[in-house]
Design a protein. Structure first.
Lengths: 201, 228
């Protein structure tokens, strides 16, 4: 009987602590908010009704120059004062990862809301020097090349498309063949345009 | 590869000093052979003089690599910088503040000022599932006379099916790269090292791990001063 009482009291205690912790924790944002790390507007991962908030998605189809679309996923981190990632990803092809040594796939297309990642987002160092880049036009849209050609970005009004790849010429070709695809089933989209001063086409 | 000529944004600005000199010499040769005359020669010499002081400042690839001809492995997400931020001293302070004293792990390389360089040091919190960072010192001091040592902080699990280490996959709290970087931040912030900045490089590519999962950085790079 004593043991039973002890178990019940413990359970009640755990319940009280859980409720108290939940009451203190800030509610996750479900409307656009100001991201502390970037100072820019950011989108929540879910809206007020609990539906996933998607980002505009761009793709080059089910395969590209011999690389099949092998994985699609959505990454939406919780807001964090030190930064977060919020994008939809499409990975083309695969690579051979070893223990302790990951690998970059042949090509990955990431699409971010333009308010969260855009031409104004980058800084190299604490002095505020610009991250090295080459500004270009891609299919008439403003863009930039980073990482010695292994990263191409296209700046649109509502989305920034970032293409990573092992072959610089190939990802530039991919950048000219992007097309918008449907949002994830059951998800909602929230428009979130690039801020004033950022280039967008 | 990051290779900055301060406040410059033109295509010329991204050249390595040797490339820039070669380009200028090409113009000089072309001017002389086409009979451009003394004015062109004077202008070219002036360009040479102006180009000389603008030597590269901070230069690091955005990722580590398996070897000099290999592909990307981990994103760079942490920088020690300052008068005493050479690699061995950065490793010393990493260990002192985090308690990560284990030095096991594979070697990797990175690129700085156009050259491929081997890792200088590494520190980890244990042997199996652990926090881990590899440290790489840039080729030379920046134009403020500071050393820079960059790192790839991460948390990795020991995965039996590999068998070996795999960086924690992306999740609601970020990836193992983000967790490793935040662990470094939380252990060092408030100490005698000044917090420089949390800057966005956007090196967010998703890296496939040996367990089949993908892990990528959130693109932010934390800078801490090392002057002690």
């Amino acid at each position: 009987m004593k043991a039973m009482l002890s178990i019940i009291l413990s359970a009640v205690g755990v319940l009280i602590v859980t409720v108290a912790v939940q009451a203190q924790a800030p509610a996750p944002a479900n409307t656009p908010f100001v991201d502390e790390a970037s100072g820019q507007t950011a989108l929540p991962c879910m809206d007020a009704s609990g539906k996933d908030v998607d980002v505009p998605r761009y793709s080059v189809g089910s395969s590209f120059e011999g690389h099949k679309l092998t994985k699609s996923f959505r990454r939406c981190d919780r807001p964090d004062p030190m930064g977060r990632a919020n994008f939809a990803s499409e990975i083309y092809g695969s690579c051979d990862a070893k223990p302790g040594k990951g690998c970059a796939p042949p090509m990955e297309i990431q699409t971010f809301p333009a308010c969260e990642r855009n031409s104004n987002s980058y800084t190299l160092n604490p002095e505020g020097d610009p991250l090295p880049r080459e500004n270009v036009k891609i299919a008439g849209l403003p863009g930039a090349i980073f990482e010695g050609g292994h990263r191409v970005e296209v700046y649109m009004h509502n989305a920034t498309v970032v293409i990573f790849g092992e072959n610089p010429a190939q990802i530039r070709r991919a950048a000219t063949q992007l097309r918008k695809v449907a949002k994830a089933s059951g998800a909602v989209e929230m428009p979130c345009a690039a801020p004033a001063g950022a280039v967008a086409g | 590869m990051l290779s900055l000529k301060r406040k410059a944004d033109s295509a010329d600005a991204w050249m390595m000093p040797s490339e820039r000199s070669r380009n200028v010499l090409d113009r000089l040769y072309s001017g002389l052979t086409s009979g451009g005359g003394v004015m062109l020669l004077t202008a070219t010499l002036l360009m040479l003089l102006m180009a000389a002081p603008a030597r590269a400042d901070f230069s690091s690839s955005e990722y580590t690599y398996g070897d000099c001809g290999g592909s990307r492995v981990d994103p760079i997400n942490f920088v020690w910088y300052g008068a005493t931020a050479w690699a061995s001293n950065s490793a010393l302070h990493t260990e002192h503040h985090t308690g990560w004293s284990n030095t096991s792990g594979s070697s990797q390389v990175f690129f700085t000022h156009g050259s491929c360089r081997a890792m200088n040091a590494q520190r980890a919190s244990g042997t199996y599932s652990r926090f881990h960072i590899r440290l790489f010192q840039t080729a030379h001091l920046d134009d403020k006379g500071r050393y820079e040592t960059v790192g790839d902080a991460h948390h990795e699990d020991w995965v039996l099916s590999c068998p070996g280490h795999a960086v924690d996959a992306n999740g609601a709290n970020g990836s193992g790269f983000d967790q490793g970087k935040l662990e470094m931040f939380s252990r060092i912030y408030g100490s005698h090292h000044y917090y420089g900045a949390n800057v966005y490089w956007g090196n967010t590519i998703s890296m496939r791990q040996c367990d089949g999962d993908y892990a990528g950085s959130n693109g932010y790079v934390i800078w801490f001063g090392n002057n002690v």
